[in-house]
Ligand binder design. Structure first.
Ligand SMILES: [Zn+2]
Length: 297
């Protein structure tokens, strides 16, 4: 993704990984391949490969305003024990080097904003130092939805008490709690949170109980960081297609519809956590319904 300029702000992408992820029905069990055929002209090969695998990215966004450097969602992370998902297990990616190529050292991140607390959105919150999980960004405040945090804290405690596997592959314990223990968490209410003028976190519950989206506005331009409200542009074909990872499929679909109604055929950029290169784009309407229009660079 090339740098996106948004008035006085700029947006860059820090890539952890990208490529064919899984068959469409792994993520969207209700979808049959023939339903996608009328849309192959815009889906293939960028979003759907020849074997009907969804092409997805795992990345963070860096939003630089004149006042703050804000890192949005933090992927899977390095060294995390994720034996139930082989591709995430003890990853070794050069993510910090990618951040450095954007001119940013970890101590220059002012805020980390997790749209929700699934394992692929919190990983780089912490890194392993001397056998301990420690906050990767020593000067950052980590912004979590209070509702989201409470939900996963309860699930975590229940799993411990019942001797079950921890929720979210154990990411609450290794990627969220250490940040709270270090005193770097900033828990925000459902009524939203203003990082500064023009940067606002809003509740968008459905994918998870406390999912949020981050709006950035500057000089008349607008971008919205949507986490997993959309996993793939395929969901534009039918906005009711929630993923198998959605906590409340009906609510998730409602949020998707509201967002699409707000953004379609406008200049607003939608920045999704898993859309593949070139990532940044807009929702447009046409004879076949909605589709994704991305900047080809
Ligand atoms: Zn995700």
């Amino acid at each position: 993704m090339k740098t996106q300029l948004l008035g006085q702000m700029r947006i860059d992408r820090v890539v952890e990984s990208e490529g064919p992820f899984a068959a469409v029905d792994f993520l969207l069990p209700q979808v049959r391949p023939e339903q996608l055929e009328p849309h192959h002209d815009w889906l293939r090969p960028r979003f759907l490969d020849e074997r009907d695998q969804l092409v997805m990215g795992f990345h963070s966004f860096v939003l630089r305003t004149p006042r703050h450097n804000i890192l949005i969602d933090t992927c899977v992370g390095n060294d995390k024990e994720r034996p139930q998902r082989a591709s995430w297990h003890r990853q070794q990616h050069r993510y910090i080097e990618s951040l450095a190529r954007l001119g940013l050292a970890p101590e220059q991140i002012d805020y980390v904003c997790c749209t929700h607390l699934h394992a692929d959105h919190v990983g780089w919150n912490t890194c392993l130092r001397e056998g301990q999980w420690q906050p990767t960004f020593p000067k950052a405040r980590y912004v979590f939805s209070k509702r989201e945090y409470s939900h996963w804290e309860a699930e975590h405690r229940l799993a411990l008490a019942q001797g079950r596997d921890a929720p979210n592959h154990g990411s609450f314990a290794d990627s969220v709690l250490p940040v709270v223990d270090a005193g770097q968490a900033l828990m925000v209410d459902d009524d939203g949170h203003d990082f500064e003028a023009g940067v606002r976190l809003e509740s968008a519950a459905g994918h998870t109980p406390g999912s949020c989206v981050l709006h950035a506005r500057s000089g008349g331009a607008h971008a919205v960081f949507t986490g997993d409200i959309f996993h793939t542009p395929v969901q534009l074909i039918d906005l009711s297609w929630s993923s198998r990872f959605c906590h409340d499929a009906t609510k998730a679909a409602q949020v998707r519809r509201e967002l699409a109604a707000q953004l379609t055929d406008t200049s607003s950029l939608l920045m999704a956590a898993h859309f593949p290169s070139p990532v940044a784009g807009r929702i447009v309407s046409g004879a076949q319904g909605l589709r994704w229009q991305c900047d080809p660079h």
